[in-house]
Design a protein around this ligand. Structure first.
Ligand SMILES: O=C([O-])CC(=O)C(=O)O
Length: 259
């Protein structure tokens, strides 16, 4: 399975509309990949809290339209990262959109763990409460978003639901890049899954983004890692490695708690 992670730059001097067009072109360039991933809140920026209200979109808004068309044109499964979704009843959610190669919406995922403690996303957004997996031709995917990465119980629940590949769009800040890289590998090792973790590049709202998107195999080896700037990572994944790793080193079978 070929996967491409688009570590797009979120530049506050670029309009959201221009970035949407650019993201669409970047997705179309990945024709030949099976799965393409964009990061968290790339239209507006994960730390641009003051724009969340003004840039919020209905689920089937402009980002949905642009990404559905791009998935169809490229003929790829597209995890289009997340948008600020305005629910018809009013609340905002950090909602991921996943499209099939025919441009149809296959899944949505509302971020469960909201970042910011007593400010930012934690107060502006509502929390999702649903685990999301998706069966692709080659693998079963479990999804999570950014701060979710710090909560191993979510990933264990996704693995119990059959996930073999964890896809994690993020807008992780550079200040905590060491945590990002460590946690992405930890999630792969402890769950014996592939991890595709796709962050943003650039600086917005005064927050430098980490970049360093990474693809980790089920043994915890880093297969590909981006730098800090905008970049597309393309990796070929041998999906048999998940079952093989779990057979050869069956630690998941030795769980005592939480089964
Ligand atoms: O922004 C987020 O969701 C995550 C984040 O900064 C962190 O966990 O350090």
């Amino acid at each position: 399975m070929r996967a491409s992670l688009i570590q797009i730059e979120v530049d506050p001097d670029e309009s959201v509309e221009s970035r949407r067009v650019r993201a669409g072109s970047l997705v179309r360039e990945q024709r030949g990949s099976d799965l393409v991933v964009l990061p968290e809140l790339w239209p507006v920026g994960a730390f641009a809290f003051e724009s969340f209200g003004t840039e919020a979109e209905p689920l089937e808004g402009p980002t949905f339209e642009a990404m559905s068309a791009a998935a169809l044109d490229a003929g790829v499964w597209l995890h289009a990262g997340s948008i600020v979704e305005r629910d018809p009843d009013g609340p905002l959610y950090n909602t991921s959109l996943i499209f099939s190669p025919d441009g149809e919406l296959a899944r949505t995922y509302r971020k469960i763990h909201r970042f910011g403690f007593d400010k930012g996303e934690a107060v502006l957004m509502s929390a999702g409460d649903e685990l999301v997996t998706l069966t692709l031709p080659e693998t079963k995917v479990g999804v999570a978003t950014c701060y979710d990465l710090r909560f191993p119980e979510l990933f264990r629940a996704l693995v119990d639901a059959g996930a073999q590949t964890l896809v994690i769009p993020a807008g992780w800040p550079a200040r905590r890049r060491a945590h990002w890289s460590l946690l992405a590998r930890a999630r792969a090792v402890e769950n014996q899954t592939y991890v595709l973790a796709c962050g943003t590049a650039g600086t917005h709202a005064g927050v430098e983004q980490a970049g360093y998107s990474v693809v980790v195999d089920p043994w915890g080896e880093v297969l590909a890692e981006a730098g800090a700037a905008e970049e597309v990572l393309t990796v070929d994944l041998d999906m048999a490695r998940v079952a093989k790793t779990r057979e050869e080193f069956p630690a998941l079978k030795d769980r005592v708690l939480g089964r």
